[in-house]
Design a protein. Structure first.
Length: 538
């Protein structure tokens, strides 16, 4: 039996969880109940439960602190968090600690049941306690899931495939569907979490929650249904009776409302549903997918929190749009001289102008931004300022741009990554430009005792004398002679303080052959004659 502990400061919530399901049927037993974080931690230490169901906020240790301390006692403990409020920071941190799942108050029986089933399977797999029959069942289910998931990559997203060759019977046979004649539709659930890396840990739990919600609400209306995930989007293939079309739309709105409630845990979560064209044959699902993608991209213009209708993807090529051509020309010119302010201002201008284009769309705005990102990277390379990893830079933008929920956010992200890249390039360029100056200063510090010249030092670092002199003055804010004199005077000061050498000997030691010239230079530099300096500081 799996040992379960419940922790919540509301007694009624604990009682509800205890009475909501038949725990023995899940091979679980409740071994302890706590109403504050301190007691919860003590009971965890005593009972060593396999699963702890805990509120995110409690007296004493809050849920997060209790989870952290409990993981130190036993890293294998599974946690399920519950919350009725927008405790974003707490929930996010808890998820990063490896919390298995979360439930929102008021707790519903079917959601708790589904989560407990998942926990039981996970525990059995971990403990190698699956029977042979269960092992075969899970392996078979895993293989079937892979086949059904492959339908998206091999059929729906394959533009080169002759879809007319796929009959309903062939799809069912090869991909283990149970499709029937009727209506077919692709719906894209877009969960926009923002482009920040801080939100990356949200993706997996959101996928699981979206799958639970969509299956619970939509599956009862379907002959068959499949969900495939790609980063922040869930692609749903629905097959249902034509007479259920109106009811399906109603249930899609219910699904959206349920997903929006997840904002109680994920503060930056924005959700939109893109509805693909309803088609009457499975072989036409690829066209439904394209319209669903175009529809969900409309969130960038129309906003989130709504059902977005089927839309024909734009046929207009970017190269035919004067704004795009002009923007590329301007961007190329600005990058040639690494004019960062002009590049960032250009992004802000385009952000507004792309929304005013004739027949504009969210998909067009997304294509526009991705194309500009590529132009940015390629232009830098062509101008001799290659990014550290050009392919990765472009791919990362393509992935994270899909998580944006508005045109403003999309081009702000583009502006942000361009600024970061340009800052790095300019810093590298500055270091490269100053490297010969650093080398020259090291040469001077090593050879100041000798009669070195500007020509000698510039030759040593590989520059012509005129350019080196200008660059040295620019980077050091003093010319070569001034710097050489400074190095020699500092050395003379050290010798005057720390040795009994004569002034004449020190003069020669620091590279001067004329004692009068040395004395005059030292007096000007230190404000004292060498003899006076020695009396004062020796």
């Amino acid at each position: 039996m799996l040992k379960v502990m419940i922790a919540d400061d509301e007694v009624k919530v604990c009682q509800l969880i205890q009475g909501l399901v038949d725990w023995e049927s899940f091979e679980m037993e409740i071994v302890a109940v706590a109403h504050n974080g301190i007691d919860a931690l003590e009971l965890i230490d005593i009972h060593n439960p396999d699963l702890v169901i805990t509120d995110i906020r409690m007296p004493g240790y809050d849920g997060l602190e209790m989870i952290r301390r409990a993981k130190e006692l036993n890293p294998e403990i599974e946690f399920m968090i519950i919350s009725g409020y927008r405790h974003f920071d707490y929930a996010q941190s808890a998820i990063k600690y490896g919390v298995s799942d979360y439930l929102l108050k008021p707790i519903k029986k079917n959601e708790l049941t589904n989560t407990l089933l998942k926990m039981t399977e996970k525990y059995k797999k971990k403990a190698n306690r699956l029977s042979r029959e269960e092992n075969l069942k899970f392996r078979l289910k895993s293989d079937i899931d892979k086949l059904r998931g492959g339908f998206f990559a091999e059929v729906l997203s394959n533009r080169n495939l002759d879809a007319s060759s796929l009959s309903l019977e062939k799809i069912n046979q090869e991909y283990h569907f149970t499709f029937q004649k009727g209506s077919f539709q692709v719906v894209v659930i877009k969960m926009s979490t923002g482009y920040s890396e801080q939100n990356d840990s949200n993706i997996k739990p959101l996928e699981e929650k979206a799958s639970q919600i969509a299956c619970k609400i939509l599956k009862p209306l379907c002959y068959d249904m499949e969900i495939c995930f790609a980063d922040s989007a869930a692609y749903c293939v629905l097959n249902y009776a034509p007479e259920n079309k109106k009811m399906m739309r109603k249930q899609l709105k219910v699904t959206l409302d349920e997903l929006l409630l997840q904002g109680a845990v994920f503060e930056h979560l924005e959700v939109a549903l893109g509805l693909g064209t309803v088609v009457e044959q499975a072989m036409l699902l690829s066209s439904s997918l394209e319209t669903a993608k175009a529809a969900v991209d409309q969130r960038l213009l129309l906003g989130t929190g709504k059902l977005l209708e089927e839309m024909v993807p734009p046929a207009q090529a970017l190269s035919d749009i004067p704004l795009y051509r002009g923007t590329c020309r301007s961007l190329t010119g600005f990058l040639e001289i690494l004019d960062k302010p002009a590049v960032l201002e250009l992004c802000q201008q385009v952000k507004q102008e792309v929304k005013q284009l004739p027949n504009t769309s969210g998909q067009l705005a997304l294509q526009f931004a991705k194309a500009l990102c590529s132009v940015f990277a390629v232009t830098l390379r062509n101008k001799g300022f290659a990014l550290a990893n050009e392919e990765s830079f472009i791919a990362e933008f393509a992935k994270r741009s899909e998580r944006c929920s508005s045109v403003e956010g999309l081009f702000d992200y583009l502006s942000s990554i361009m600024e970061t890249a340009l800052d790095k390039i300019m810093e590298d360029k500055r270091l490269a430009d100053t490297k010969p100056i650093r080398q020259a200063k090291q040469y001077i510090q090593k050879n100041y005792k000798n009669a070195i010249s500007l020509e000698e030092v510039s030759s040593a670092v590989g520059f012509n004398t005129s350019y080196f002199s200008t660059l040295f003055k620019k980077e050091s804010d003093q010319n070569f002679s001034e710097y050489l004199s400074e190095v020699r005077m500092e050395a003379a000061k050290t010798l005057l303080k720390e040795t009994n050498s004569s002034i004449a000997a020190i003069c020669e030691e620091v590279g001067y052959s004329d004692i009068k010239h040395f004395t005059k230079t030292f007096t000007k530099y230190a404000g004292l004659k060498p003899t006076e300096y020695r009396k004062l500081y020796a």
